[in-house]
Structure formats: structure tokens, C-alpha cells
Design a protein around this ligand. Sequence first.
Ligand code: MV4
Length: 453
Amino acid sequence: MFKKILIANRGEIALRVIRTCREMGINTVAVYSTADKDSLHVKFADEAICIGGPASKDSYLNIPHILAAAEITNADAIHPGYGFLAENAEFSQVCQEYNIKFIGASPEMIDKMGDKATAKETMKKAGVPVIPGSDGLLNSVEEGKKLAKKIGYPVILKATAGGGGKGMRIVNSEDEFQKAWEDARMESGAAFGNDALYMEKFIEEPRHIEIQIVGDRKGRACHLSERDCSIQRRHQKLVEETPSPFMTEELREKMGEAAIAAAEAINYEGAGTVEFLVDKHRNFYFMEMNTRIQVEHPITEEVTDFDLIKEQIKVAAGELILGINYFPKLYAMECRINAEDPANGFRPSPGRITNLHMPGGHGVRIDSHVYAGYVIPPNYDSMIAKLIVSGQSREEVITRMERALSEFVIEGIKTTIPFHLKLMRDERFRSGNFTTAFLEDFDYSDLDEYTLY
Ligand code: MV4
């Protein structure tokens, strides 16, 4: 087992990893930017090293600085958390060269799953259902138009280097094709330095359902059931829950087997997520594979009683998994509390938290790095807390979430709490009958009625 893990991240996830390390008797090294000198991960780790200035590229994305911190402190592994360098093939490679275990995917795996057309091709070969579309990349507008006619409109053009919706265009008819093609190429070229596109049939109003998997170094994988992430705004997830209200036992069995097939086809080692789109007929299609721990991992922890960070560390150290899958014993939901103003287009709202009270009680978990007096720096992601609630039924979870949200006091900044409160009272949401389009026509204009405790 590792003796010392360096956490190449900040905020709640750095704290989350430190907590598990402490329980496992593993020493921790925090790295931090000058903007984060008063951060909790700095205080809670056994050692802390400043790695640069506030801009991410100077600190949390600065590979030489992080490696130097690992060398100085004699860390034998690095946990990257999510975001920053978690899916950076070069970083994974450099860790390998320095003989430091990267608790995440190999460089080859990151490259293979990071290129979406290649990932899709790999999954198709493994027998995982994929969305009908082009065989790999498109070579020209003419080829694209011809194929679109064959598949039938609407189609969607996607950047192979993309993910998270960037470089993606829906095309409803042939006269829209040329412009959509040019826009998608321009956007992906600018964002990723790679403007290659592929095409798919557009699935209307799908659900986003992902399966948590863990694989070991012998190439064996198991799944820990699904998370429903359909409540998103502009590709930012706001609420996740498990089980999915759309799930059936039969579908879970099939999607679980498909996710295991996906992982085993590439000898995936570590914790990962296989994302699927699910249409109204419960057909499911591979979308992307994430080779990291995800923000929403705690809901799976709450319903399966697994510590996923501990599992990550164990398989990274060479432990083998049992070849069994895990099914939800409870219901759980996560609300992302962001320092954003939901009444004004979710505009970031950094600054000092002047007063803070966090909810508690049975079935309530908060993963957060903030405290009263803490100043949220403007340089990073705006998520400041995850409110995770579990219970015996979906109804109980929603009622408990509403109760917990109404106890939550954060003063000095704007947060997404009023949005979540309104959502918990929304009939359509409560019914469980919604798709990824749910928030497109949500009314954010009366959120000041949802602020009070
Ligand atoms: C799609 C789709 C419909 N049909 N692909 C959005 C992010 C990127 N990972 C893939 N995305 C989508 N791909 C086909 N063929 C709809 C989306 C999509 C979406 C997917 C999951 C969650 C929210 C979404 C919001 C808009 C579009």
C-alpha cells in the first residue's frame, strides 16, 4: 500500500481524498496556489506545498511544479481528483516516468477514450450499443450531407476532441448543413486545436444515465449501478440521483453488462464511468467514458456503502476486485451548491462567505471545503458544496433534500440553493418524468421566493 499520496487538486475533492487517506493510514501532501493559502485542504493534509500563482496554468495545471512537490515530499502516488490534470495523458505519462503511481488511467487509455470517434469505434467492436452514424471521422461536407440523408435528419455533428457539448451542432435539414459544419469545425479547432468531426443520428430528449465501474489490473471489471444526470444546464450538471427514476431491473442489468464489456474490452484499471444516452423506448447508447472519479460519485457511495476513493487507491495499489456487481440499497440525490446567481444566468458570485450554517441530521452528507469567513477565489470552478441526501424512497429523499436546503444558510454571496429549492417543489421533477431538456424552459425569474429558511 502507498505510504504517502500527493493530491493534485483543490477544494472539496482534495478534502474528500485526504479524508479517505487518513482512514487508511496513508500520509497526504496538499498542493496549493497562492489564492488557496487559507484553504481547508492545506490545513487538513499532513504536509502542504505552494505550487504557484492563482491562474490554474501556473499551479494546478503546472506539471513540473506538481512533480517537484511530489519529489521533495517523497510521495509514492498522486491522486488527481477531477478536472485539472485528471484526464491529462502527458501527466499520467510523466508520473509513470518518475515512478510515481498515478491514481487514474494510463496515458494510452486517456488518449483512446479522449478521442471520441476512436472511443466509439472501440466500444462498437466490444459489442456496446452505439448511436448510428459515420464510421469514424467525416472527410468532407459532401460526404456528411450524403450520410445525413441516409441516416435521416436531425443529425448531430460532434468534435472528436470534444466532450461537454463543445464543438457540437444539431442539423435539422440539408440547408442547415453547411453552416453547422463550419461552426462546429471553427469551434472545435479553436477549443481543442483539432477540428475533426463525426456524425450521429440526433436522439431527441434523451436521458443521461451513467454507470459507475471499477476495473483491476487483471482486466476484470464490476459495476456499481447507475446515476441519472439528466438535470443539467448548458452541459453543467446540477442534480444527480440514483437509482434513476427511469430505470428498470432489466435495463440496469443490460446497461451494467454493457459498461463491464466496455471496461473489459480496454482492460480498464481504476474507477471509471460509462456515460449513456437513453431514449424514450429505453434504448441505450454509449456516449463517452470518463477515466476519473466524478463529482457525483458520493450518491453511489451512499446507496452501495462503498468508499469509491478507497476502491481507487486499492486497485491502484494492485488489489484485485471481487467479480460481483453492486445494486442500490437506498435512494440518494446530490445538489451542487455553486457560488452563482441562478436568477442572473448563473453568473459566478465569488467573494467572502460572511455567515454559514450547514444542514445536518439523518441521511444528510455535505462534501465541502468552505467555512464562515472563507473567501471564494474567482479563479476556479464555482462549486462550493455538494449536498447529498439518502433515504428509503425517492419521495423521502426529495422531502429530506427540501428540508436540508431550507436549513442551509450561506450569506455574502449568491448560490444555487434557491434554484434547488424550487426544483424540489416542481411537480414534473417530483414525478421523475423528465429528460436532459428539462431545464431549457425552467422559470428562473421568481427564485427570490425560494431563499428563506
Ligand atoms: C447527443 C445528443 C443527442 N443525440 N448525441 C451533450 C454532451 C456530449 N457529451 C454529448 N451530448 C449529447 N449528445 C446524439 N446523437 C444529446 C446530447 C445532449 C446532452 C447529453 C447528455 C446530457 C445533456 C445533454 C444536453 C444537450 C445535448
